[in-house]
Design a protein around this ligand. Structure first.
Ligand code: SF4
Length: 549
């Protein structure tokens, strides 16, 4: 098939904060040096920001470096008065930790909505002359004749029916060619997965490790005690996950009597019956949270994974013709529960490397490899290296984690063992641990939602008549070994109710897929115990439609 080819100097794949910061910085630097660099940025969402979801407390360090006049330029900030409270939750009560570790202090940070923030960054990039193409999903990396140098990305065909046949509105994907391609697809990107396999960028690193979060923005009544609380930022641990499962809750104050509420669950959990969405509902029903949100209404819901592997999971950051930034490159600081600032800084360092490489006329690994030295010489390394064993310590069971965390606190992150090992999230479920599910009761469709109402409030939409974007190479395995050993955990870990198990006569399970519900969180590809789910990009423009989360 003849495909249109478009050529640019630099192609950014993904419209998250890392790539947007990279594109803005590159455009500004090149303009300062009187160079004309053609930049293209593609995003699979229908518009920039509508797939962006995070807590989100923003450390403005990178933003200040990128756009020092961000306030004058109307950067959307929800709250600047950040006062932290950390609580340990028991099933019916809580106590506040008398001491907040320095890395959990958020003074000077801002609460933002990441979707609004990315929309704003996208507009700033466009104003500088970056060519932004939303609604275009990168589906395949392109290589030169050696097969080792990345030369761009192919976008997905549009107008293909369920059987893979072109419809009347068929539009073939475009080959976007560039001297340098920057992959900033967020956690568990589908292109970086394939590039990684081909070029070996993950070889010799610790496994990529993830957490999954379910989050809501809730409008609370003006009588809510939270509006008169000494805290604007709450973090919790303990109930409902206990001390054997990594994760915890958060609640942040936003503008207009809104709060951002979420629960993060480490995907190295062992219990195949655990359902992150149900844990989130339990968290909401805890007295500390229930009292704050009583009488409120959920405005938007969403789910996303976090790349929580940290320093030792960071892949090779450059290849011939390519760089990797943000969550795709494991830049999140799990100790501070923040990755927007490190992602943005990584994009900016990538931009500086690219400009120098283009001026030199050499975009090989030998020159682009300078990006790694820049990361090593920046505050990204200082932050991530100090937290290099933090996530692994949290993964320990019971109170053992507190000994490890304590040792790390007094040794600058080294702790008792350095490096501490992390485990592939797909391999941690324990077979045979079955029990009947006990879903949270009394859902009211307003404040306490079932999964499908949550999907509705995420604004998720996909073209129905298109090939299923969830590839399951061995369907028989789903209803045999996976059912027998784990009772089909996909039907629980997916927050979008995409996977459902129906029992046929005789008790044989049947897997039913609802791919249109997909929130693009990637939990299924990460946690499937047989690695039998491959997430690919659906037709561009499909997916959630976040605007305030
Ligand atoms: Fe997330 Fe996978 Fe479910 Fe989509 S199908 S919502 S990516 S777990």
């Amino acid at each position: 098939m003849e495909r249109e080819k478009l050529e640019f100097d630099v192609l950014f794949v993904g419209g998250g904060p890392a790539n947007l910061a990279g594109a803005i910085h590159l455009k500004k630097l090149s303009q300062q040096q009187g160079k004309d660099i053609e930049i293209c940025l593609i995003e699979k969402a229908v518009s920039i920001g509508t797939h962006a979801l995070s807590g989100a407390v923003l450390d403005p360090r990178a933003l200040r470096e990128l756009l020092p006049d961000f306030k004058e330029k109307g950067c959307p900030i929800e709250e600047t008065d950040l006062r932290d409270g950390i609580f340990y939750l028991t099933p019916g009560g809580q106590f506040r930790l008398p001491y907040t570790p320095p890395y959990m202090h958020n003074e000077g940070c801002f609460i933002i909505s990441l979707s609004k923030f990315c929309t704003w960054l996208g507009a700033a990039a466009e104003e500088l002359g970056v060519n932004i193409f939303p609604g275009f999903a990168g589906v395949e990396a392109l290589y030169d004749e050696t097969g080792r140098r990345v030369v761009g990305v192919r976008t997905g065909d549009k107008g293909v029916n369920k059987d893979g046949k072109p419809k009347s509105n068929f539009e073939p994907g475009v080959d976007l060619l560039a001297k340098v391609t920057v992959f900033g697809e967020g956690p568990k990107g589908s292109l970086i997965r394939e590039v990684g396999k081909k070029l070996g960028i993950f070889d010799g690193r610790m496994p990529q490790v993830f957490e999954t979060a379910v989050k809501e923005v809730i409008e609370i009544p003006s009588s809510s005690p939270f509006l008169r609380s000494p805290y604007t930022v709450l973090h919790t641990f303990g109930y409902p996950l206990g001390l054997n499962t990594k994760g915890g809750g958060f609640l942040y104050r936003m503008k207009e009597n809104r709060v951002s509420l979420g629960l993060v669950v480490g995907l190295d959990y062992e219990d195949p019956m655990l359902e992150p969405y149900q844990e989130f509902l339990k968290f909401k029903k805890h007295p500390l949270i229930a009292e704050i949100i009583a009488g409120g209404k959920v405005l938007q819901q969403g789910a996303k994974t976090l790349a929580a592997g940290g320093w030792y999971s960071m892949p090779q950051l450059a290849a011939d013709g390519a760089l990797f930034v943000g969550d795709s490159a494991s830049m999140l600081n799990v100790q501070r529960l923040k990755g927007i600032h490190t992602g943005m800084k990584s994009g900016m360092l990538a931009a500086e490397t690219i400009l120098a490489a283009i001026v030199k006329g050499d975009v090989s690994l030998a020159t682009l490899g300078e990006y790694r030295s820049k990361v090593d010489g920046s505050w990204i390394r200082k932050e991530l290296y100090a937290a290099r064993n933090f996530g692994q310590a949290l993964s320990q069971k019971g109170i053992a984690k507190f000994f490890s965390l304590g040792a790390q606190f007094f040794t600058g992150g080294r702790g008792l063992i350095d490096p501490m090992k992390s485990h592939d999230d797909a391999n941690t479920l324990k077979p045979g641990l079955f029990r009947s599910p006990t879903p949270v009761q009394d859902l009211d469709g307003q404040l306490y939602l079932d999964k499908l109402t949550g999907v509705y409030l995420s604004g998720t939409k996909h073209e129905e008549d298109q090939p299923c974007h969830l590839l399951i190479p061995d369907k028989e395995l789903c209803v045999t070994r996976c059912w027998q050993q784990f009772r089909s955990p996909c039907s629980r870990f997916c927050p979008g109710q995409v996977y459902e198990i129906e029992l046929e006569e005789g008790g044989r399970p049947r897997l039913k897929l609802n791919p249109s519900n997909c929130l693009h969180c990637k939990t299924c590809e990460i946690k499937d115990p047989f690695k039998n789910i491959i997430w690919t990009c659906p037709e561009g423009g499909g997916g959630p439609s976040y605007s305030i989360v």
